[in-house]
Ligand binder design. Structure first.
Ligand code: PHE
Ligand code: ZN
Length: 885
């Protein structure tokens, strides 16, 4: 048992730093069995505080202090205090210089935080609090400094030496070593520091900025991956152009670098001028990466690039403000992706993801506001709420202000705060000042956790030709927040006539109609809007484009939903109507299953999807989205008590029925697209993503028929395709199919062919981890023994353990608790090697309140076993203790 509990850190305790660091001069001597770090910090008393000189408390963890000097005077142990996480000393003047030397051990750093080694190269990860594992420092985002960095290493193994900013000098040393010095002219907090030393190749390109400056672009990878970089480079150039056009933001250094590393806890990191990426978010080419992977690379490259302004030039005052940079940057990258691909499809994907995962987080023990007030371990707060809900909050501001005014607000924000570390309030203030709109009540989105419910109902008065829409909003209690005040909920809506046309929208009191689709603001707990001059009873299209992250309910019947699926002029709401129809139908099947009745599918769903499949006009990606039934995880999220087996049985039954009823149409659509795939070389472009997504979902339905011609098609696609999207789909379809021998041979052939490509092997693990056929846990346990698997690599953990616990719900929730026991064992072992990854893998267990009593007891039992397992990291301790509270 841990003896000392990690402390809670509160926003209300924020205090400005006692001292500032104007300049930071770092020297790294990298060796195989240790690294020496020398830091010279040019410091002064914070001039905004009193003139007295409090003790200087530097952060530092797992450092071996070799020497420390104050203004050239070597200090002895009597001059300072040293504990696990601080070095404290007493300055004697308002300005002074600290020189320290420490020894660290990147070669044995398995937590992948601070300086560590990945596939033989040295790299760093400093956000949020990793810099304190490199040297003694004021490791907080509101201390910004000008950095110069010199690194030296053995030349043969580490020919490339990189850090932030511009290279200013380099040379060789005796004994086969060499060195390089980099200078970053921009002030930055330590979390944006980075260095890389390795045997890397790069692809170089150029971008000319809007003021005609030439910027060198380089993407560094291991030599064997040099053929997989072009897509990331293209994405980078598109991002740079987009940020100039849409936000007026220009790049500011002469060089921009990306480095791909294999072992990385997250997706990527926006270090100034030197982004470090998980290789899964950089490398992409047709033969080895799926369409989804290509789109992810494009989005993550953009996200990290956009941080140069939203995060780096203007950074966070403290970590409670994390969504200031992350919510904003996700909003920016999602709009970029919408512009590069299909806007409606991007919105559908984002909303499906938010509703499945962020809503679940908001309903669980780790629920927290977009701007939290307290945390134990900041690494646990890189959440869907900070990122995805934070982005939705920005989208709402964008909706309320309009694109043009929002841009004025963002211009003001960047101009006002360039070079500063600021708060979410500062951001909102800039938006208010630029627009004249009072966002006081709106700011509750930043401070109140939980997903608001919005119940809508309507009544038509034929005599008065008026239509009254009533809204009631509420928000469930979340940990530490029993009562919630009303939110500002922007509801974009239209009213449709019997032909599906949008009617003019005129509210009582308005002289004339104001458009046919408009945004209402629901700001009270109960609020009604009356529309007039409506000669017939309309059907409302509500919350268009998902204009607010709420759970909306309106008493549509199934026929109305079918009507909206066909006629709503808002593409998102057409999809949404299909989802609601599917949910109603699936919930009916779930009930039948639970009562032990024969399952009977409502034929209206068949009819609705038939007309979708027959609609040759509809974007094929939309057809694919509409054919995708709500996932098991989403059905779980919207259940009061989730019946895992009933959900799975109902959904599989519906898929089987649809496959039979729509076989011919699916087969036609499949073959037409497969024929196109055969006759055109792979292109990573959205019209091609669209048709492949329809081709592939069609195949996944078709295989349920068990018919030999589908098996033949599947094998043909697997063998003859030129890209990973088709190949992996064929494999996944086989893995989940009854064709046992083909499954085994294809899996083996795939592994043999791709055994040297770790990212492809991740896919191979995931496909099997996700297979809902019985015996899932045993398969996963066997795969953990595979030579390509290792718990040391986060991508492998996510591909196998994460995919099993997060996506294979029937197997993970096996009634005997074996899935829970397995996951707890992995968390206990990861807790010692990589706490951040351990803590993230825990999240399925935190959802225990969703399940029946027996499963609840088993899940809680495993959480308690983790708590009792020994010394826990603050990461794991926080999640486990909050889950059991
Ligand atoms: N700041 C990174 C991003 O979202 C995420 C990250 C956080 C990476 C912490 C590593 C560690 O772009
Ligand atoms: Zn980010």
């Amino acid at each position: 048992m841990r003896t000392e509990q990690p402390k809670m850190i509160y926003l209300k305790d924020y205090q400005a730093p006692d001292y500032l660091i104007d300049e930071t001069h770092l020297t790294f001597e990298l060796f195989e069995d240790h690294t020496l770090v020398h830091a010279q910090l040019v410091m002064r008393r914070n001039p905004t505080l009193s003139a007295d000189l409090p003790p200087l408390v530097l952060d530092g963890q797992q450092l071996e202090l070799l020497s420390v000097a104050l203004d050239d005077r070597e200090l002895s142990a009597a001059d300072y205090q040293l504990d696990d996480s601080h070095l404290t000393l007493q300055p004697t003047a308002a300005s002074f210089v600290i020189d320290s030397s420490v020894r660290i051990h990147p070669e044995s750093n398995t937590a992948l935080e601070g300086l560590y080694k990945s596939s033989g190269m040295f790299c760093t990860q400093c956000e949020a609090e990793g810099f304190r594992k490199i040297t003694y420092y004021l490791d907080r985002p509101d201390v910004m400094s000008k950095f110069t960095t010199t690194l030296s290493a053995e030349q043969h193994s580490y020919p490339v030496l990189l850090s932030n900013g511009n290279p200013i000098a380099s040379g060789s040393e005796e004994g086969g070593r060499h060195w390089a010095t980099w200078e970053d002219p921009f002030m930055k907090p330590a979390y944006l520091f980075a260095l890389v030393a390795g045997d890397l190749w790069c692809v170089e390109d150029q971008f000319t900025t809007m003021s005609q400056r030439a910027v060198t672009l380089r993407i560094y990878v291991e030599p064997e991956n040099i053929d997989k970089v072009q897509h990331a480079m293209d994405s980078l150039k598109k991002s740079m152009k987009w940020d100039e056009e849409v936000y007026g933001r220009e790049y500011d250094l002469d060089i921009f670098m990306i480095v791909a590393v294999n072992d990385f806890n997250m997706g990527a990191m926006e270090n100034k001028g030197l982004n470090i990426f998980n290789s899964s978010c950089v490398l992409a080419k047709a033969e080895t990466a799926t369409d989804a992977a290509h789109q992810r690379v494009e989005a993550v490259v953009a996200h990290e690039y956009f941080h140069n302004w939203s995060g780096n030039r203007v950074t966070c005052r403290d970590w409670f403000q994390l969504s200031l940079k992350e919510g904003f940057t996700v909003f920016r990258d999602s709009e970029f992706s919408a512009d590069m691909n299909s806007r409606t499809v991007k919105r559908i994907e984002d909303v499906a993801y938010l509703r499945t995962h962020q809503f679940a987080e908001d309903a669980g023990p780790m629920a927290h506001p977009v701007r939290p007030d307290a945390y134990m371990e900041i690494s646990n707060f890189y959440t869907l709420t900070i990122y995805e809900k934070g982005s939705e909050v920005l989208r709402m501001i964008h909706t309320l202000l309009g694109a043009e005014t929002f841009r004025k607000g963002s211009d003001l924000y960047f101009a006002r705060h360039d070079g500063q570390a600021v708060t979410c309030d500062d951001f909102v203030q800039a938006m208010e000042d630029a627009s004249g709109v009072d966002l006081t009540q709106f700011k509750r989105w930043y401070t109140q956790a939980g997903t608001p419910r919005l119940e809508a109902s309507a009544s038509y008065d034929a005599a008065a030709n008026s239509y009254r829409l009533e809204f009631r909003q509420s928000c469930p209690a979340t940990p530490g927040q029993a009562e919630k005040l009303p939110f500002v909920i922007p509801v974009e809506l239209a009213l449709l006539d019997a032909q599906g046309r949008e009617l003019p929208l005129q509210l009582v009191g308005e002289e004339a109609p104001v458009g046919r689709s408009r945004v209402l603001q629901v700001t009270q707990a109960e609020q009604a809007f009356t529309f007039i001059n409506l000669a017939e009873k309309p059907l409302p299209s509500l919350l268009r484009g998902f204009s607010a992250p709420v759970k909306l309910s309106f008493p549509y019947d199934r026929d109305q939903l079918m009507f909206l699926m066909q006629h709503d002029s808002d593409g998102f709401n057409r999809w949404e109507a299909g989802q609601q129809l599917s949910v109603q139908v699936l919930q009916e099947l779930i009930g039948q299953y639970q009562r032990g009745e024969a399952l009977v599918l409502d034929q209206r769903l068949v009819a609705a999807l038939r007309s979708v499949l027959q609609d040759e006009q509809l974007d094929q990606a939309m057809v694919a989205e509409m054919l995708s039934l709500p996932g098991e995880a989403y059905l779980t999220e919207i259940s009061e008590v989730a019946d895992v087996d009933a959900i799975h049985a109902a959904r599989e039954f519906a898929r089987g029925e649809l496959a039979t009823a729509l076989f011919d149409l699916l087969w036609q659509r499949y073959q037409a697209n497969r024929e196109l795939s055969r006759s055109t070389a792979y292109i990573a472009e959205f019209t091609h993503f669209a048709r492949r997504s329809l081709q592939n979902i069609a195949l996944s339905y078709l295989v349920l028929s068990g018919r030999p011609e589908v098996l033949a098609a599947c094998l043909e696609q697997y063998e003859a395709c030129d890209n990973m999207t088709e190949r992996l789909t064929a494999l996944a379809v086989l893995v989940n199919s009854p064709f046992e021998s083909e499954r085994a041979t294809t899996l083996a052939a795939f592994a043999e062919h791709f055994k040297d490509n770790p990212l492809v092997m991740d896919q191979w693990f995931s496909v099997q981890a996700g297979s809902t056929l019985p015996g899932g846990l045993a398969r996963v346990q066997a795969l953990m023994q595979h030579p390509a698997f290792t718990l040391k690599n986060p991508n492998k953990v996510r591909a196998l353990i994460g995919a099993f616990a997060g996506q294979n719900l029937v197997n993970f929730h096996a009634a005997d608790g074996s899935g829970y026991r397995f996951l707890a064992d992995q968390v206990i072992s990861l807790n010692a090697s990589n706490p951040q990854i351990a803590s993230r893998q825990l999240s399925p267990l935190t959802r225990w309140r969703k399940y029946d009593d027996k499963r609840q007891a088993l899940m809680k039992g495993e959480l308690e076993r983790i708590l009792a397992s020994g010394e826990l990291s603050s990461d794991v301790y926080e999640v486990v203790s909050k889950s059991l509270a």
